[in-house]
Design a binder for this molecule. Structure first.
Ligand SMILES: Cc1ncc(COP(=O)(O)O)c(C=O)c1O
Length: 342
C-alpha cells in the first residue's frame, strides 16, 4: 500500500498558503561536472542531476521560498502585524522573512546576533532593502532585544509575533519539501530516471520532506545531508525524525520518519557555521567552471564539497542517480568574496 499523489495534493489544498515562489523549479543535468570528475579518475554514477531551488524567484531564491509560503500564511491567519526574528549574520531565512513580510504588508524586525560589526552586505543588505528594521546584538542579548521590541510593539497597540517561538517554523520546511516530492516524482518520470535516487544536500527540514514523500510513495529515494554547523548527529537525526512524524500525522500519511532515514555527514562542515574550508572553495570553483552554476559557501558549497569528497572516496553506490538540491543562499557569497582572491 502506498499513499497516492492525490492524497498528498489534497493535504496541501487544505493548508493556508501565501504565494512567494515560482514553482516548479527546473531539474537539470550536471553532465559537465560529472565529466570533470571522470577526467580526474573518479568513479561516478551514470546520472547526476541538480534540482534548481536557487531559482524560486523572490529575493534571489532558495529553499526557504517554499517554506515561507506556509509560514507567512500562518502568521496572517494568526492576525499578527509585526514579525520579530532572531538569527545569524549569514541567515538566508532572515532574508526570506523580509521578502514575505514585504509582500504581505507585515512589519519586520531582524535581531542579527553574531558578527555584529561585519559590513551590511548579502542577506542583511537585502533585508534592509525590503524594509526590515535591523537590530545588531551579541548572541547572549538577542532574546532580550527581541523581547524589548515585542513589548514596545504591544504597547503601541500592535500584534507582534516572535518567529523562533512558534514550533510551526520547524515543520513548514518539511511540509514545503513534501510538496517538492510531488514535483520531483513527475520530473524523474519525464526524464526517464530509473533505479535508486540519492537526494543530496540541505539539512534537517527540507530533506526530511523528500524522504517522507518517498517512504509514503514507495519510492527508492535515499537522503544524505551534510552538516553545516557543529552538533550531535544522533540528536539531529532524532529531531528530524520527530518533525517528519508530525508532518506525517498532519497529512494523514502511512509512515513517519525514524533516525535511520537520513545519512548525515559531519566531515565537510568546515571550522564553523558560516566558515568554508578549502574543499568548499574548490567545490564552488569546480561547479562554476564546469556548469556555470553558482553555489554558496555556507550551505550548498559544503554539500557539494561532501558529494565530491564521497565520490572521490568511492563511497557512493554507482547505481544511484544523484539529485543535488541547490537550495540557494547566493547573496551571502558576496560576504565571502575575500576567500576567492588568489
Ligand atoms: C541555502 C540554504 N540551504 C540549506 C538550508 C538548510 O535547510 P533546512 O531548513 O531544510 O534545514 C538553509 C537553511 O538556512 C539554507 O539557507
Amino acid at each position: 500500500m502506498t499513499v497516492t499523489r492525490d492524497h498528498i495534493r489534497a493535504g496541501f489544498e487544505k493548508l493556508p498558503r501565501f504565494k512567494l515562489s515560482h514553482l516548479n523549479t527546473p531539474l537539470e543535468p550536471l553532465d559537465r561536472l560529472r565529466q570533470t570528475l571522470i577526467d580526474e579518475g573518479v568513479s561516478v554514477p551514470n546520472r547526476m542531476l541538480v534540482k534548481r531551488d536557487d531559482v524560486t524567484g523572490l529575493a534571489f531564491g532558495g529553499n526557504k521560498g517554499r517554506h515561507f509560503e506556509f509560514e507567512i500564511a500562518h502568521i496572517l491567519e494568526g492576525g499578527f502585524d509585526t514579525v520579530i526574528n532572531i538569527n545569524h549574520y549569514h541567515s538566508n531565512q532572515a532574508r526570506f522573512i523580509a521578502a514575505g513580510c514585504a509582500k504581505a504588508g507585515l512589519k519586520y524586525h531582524i535581531v542579527s546576533i553574531d558578527m555584529v560589526t561585519a559590513p551590511i552586505t548579502g542577506n542583511l543588505l537585502l533585508c534592509k532593502l525590503m524594509g526590515a528594521e535591523i537590530h545588531r546584538a551579541p548572541a547572549d542579548y538577542g532574546r532580550q532585544v527581541a523581547e524589548k521590541i515585542f513589548a514596545r510593539v504591544e504597547a503601541e497597540g500592535g500584534k507582534p509575533y516572535i518567529l523562533p517561538d512558534d514550533p510551526f517554523v520547524d515543520l513548514m520546511g518539511t511540509i514545503g519539501f513534501l510538496e517538492t516530492g510531488l514535483e520531483l516524482e513527475e520530473q524523474f518520470e519525464n526524464a526517464g530516471v530509473e533505479g535508486p535516487v540519492r537526494m543530496w544536500g540541505l539539512t534537517g527540514r527540507s530533506i526530511a520532506g523528500l524522504r517522507l514523500y518517498a517512504k509514503n510513495r514507495g519510492l527508492d529515494w535515499r537522503a544524505t545531508a551534510v552538516q553545516y554547523s557543529p552538533g550531535s548527529i544522533e540528536n539531529f537525526q532524532q529531531v528530524t525524525a520527530d518533525r517528519g512524524t508530525q508532518v506525517a500525522e498532519m497529512f494523514d500519511l502511512e509512515v513517519g520518519l525514524d533516525g535511520s532515514d537520513l545519512i548525515v555527514l559531519d566531515a565537510y562542515r568546515g571550522p564553523a557555521y558560516g566558515e568554508p574550508d578549502e574543499g568548499v572553495i574548490e567545490a564552488i570553483l569546480k561547479v562554476g567552471k564546469a556548469e556555470g552554476l553558482i553555489l554558496d559557501p555556507n550551505y550548498t558549497g559544503k554539500s557539494m564539497s561532501g558529494l565530491i569528497g564521497e565520490l572521490r572516496e568511492g563511497r557512493i553506490d554507482p547505481d544511484e542517480t544523484i539529485c543535488f538540491i541547490h537550495s540557494g543562499g547566493l547573496p551571502q557569497l558576496f560576504a565571502h568574496a575575500d576567500k576567492f582572491v588568489d
